[in-house]
Structures are given as C-alpha cells and as structure tokens.
Design a protein around this ligand. Sequence first.
Ligand code: HEM
Length: 228
Amino acid sequence: MSWFSKFLTSSIGQKIVMALTGIFLTLFLAIHLLGNLQLLQNDDGEAFNTYAYFMTSNPLIKTVSYLLYASILVHAVQGILLARQNRAARGANRYAVSHMRSSERASRNMAWLGIIIFVFIVLHMYQFWFQMHWGGLEMITYPGSTHPVKDLYTLVEESYESPLFVVFYVLSMIVVGYHLWHGFWSSFQTLGLNHKKYTPLIKWIGAAYSILIPLLFAIIPLVMHFRG
Ligand code: HEM
C-alpha cells in the first residue's frame, strides 16, 4: 500500500478528506445561492436562464461541476464510514453509549443530518439539474441575444407553486443549517486551525454563515410561491 492510500484510509486521513470536501461544498453553496437569487428578479427569468446557460456551457465550470459531484459522493460515503467506525468503537465498550461524549453525539447527529441532505440533493438534482440537462425544456431567445437558452426558470416557478415542495425546501434548509453549523467548526478543528485569538471569530463566522445561507435559500421558494 502506498503512503498516500495508507494516509487516505487512516483515521486522520479520512477526517481530512471530510474537512476538505466539506469546505469545498460549503463554498459551492454560496456560489449556488448567488446564482439562484436571480430567480427573484422580476424579468420573467431572463437573468436566471442566461446564468444557467452560462453555468452549463462554460468548459471550466463544467470541469468544476465534476469535482463537485465527486466531492458530494466522497463526503457522503466517507461520513457514513466514519460514523460506523465510531459506533463500532463505542460497541467495544458497553458503558460507552450511556457515557457518550458530546463530540460523539454530534458526529452521530451529523451522519443522520448528512443522510437527509443527501436524499434532498438526489431529489433536488432530479427535479432541476436532470431536467436542465436531459429534460425537454422550452427554448427562449431573449432580445439582444444571438442564441436560444433553456427555460429552466419556468420549471422552478411551476415547482414552487406546490406548497408541498416549498415546505420540503424550507425544512431541508433547516437541516442544511444544522449540518453546516457543526461541520464548519469541525473542519477547522480537523485541519488544526486552532488559534487563541482567531478561533472565536471563526466560530462566529461559521454560525453566521450557517444561518444566513440556508435562510436566503429558504426565502427563494417562499417568495416564488407567494408572489404567484
Ligand atoms: C431554494 C433553494 C435552491 C434552489 C432554488 C436551487 C436550484 C437549483 C437549480 C435550478 C439547479 C439546476 C442548475 C443547472 O443544472 O444549471 C440546481 C442544481 C444543483 N443544486 Fe440546487 N438549489 C437550491 C438549493 C440547493 C442546496 C441547499 C443544495 C445542497 C445542499 C443544492 C445542491 C445542488 C447541486 C449539487 C446541483 C447540481 C449542480 C450543478 O451541476 O451545477 N441546491 N439547483
């Protein structure tokens, strides 16, 4: 076994992979949010559809997307493996469950929250991403543009007409918020970025990020639903 595969299968190696993929996914969320906020413009979807066209046709962004899909899978599989290892380690000590440390409880909760988010991502990608790439969306050519773009906006708008989808999105964003809250802090700890002076600031930024990003995501379906 090479030193690299030894590192990747070691406990600390697995945690570092979780932290790095987690940070990448956290950054993706901010970019994804900025793009999605264009759904709130009152322009019949021109800004959003033009943005979605750019995101699916630019070769550099396409390459980063493959990294994104791989990160989601690696983060999910690794997270489940780590949670199972933690459980097995606890099982070795029969007193451990009742004396479970709060960090162990948090990691067990993270696994459950992660599984819910993974289910959300699969349904969400089927609903929008799959339709954007392989569905039969209508094409629109906006005035001043030379090429037609897919009308993803109307699909999103029609989806959020259903109160069920709005509730599903809002509840999922609460789960994302909890997962981010712990994940943000835990990835800094794993990477050893502990500093007497900066740690409280990092914790504060993590908390603000975990509230603000899911909150803004949740506002999108709510606004689109109620503005009709
Ligand atoms: C109100 C909230 C959200 C809306 C309106 C939304 C909308 C969309 C749309 C329209 C797409 C398809 C874009 C395309 O293929 O060009 C998409 C893709 C995607 N979304 Fe979301 N999204 C939301 C929240 C989230 C959250 C919270 C996550 C992760 C936890 C997420 C993960 C993804 C992923 C991984 C993709 C595929 C990315 C790609 O290939 O570019 N989304 N989303």
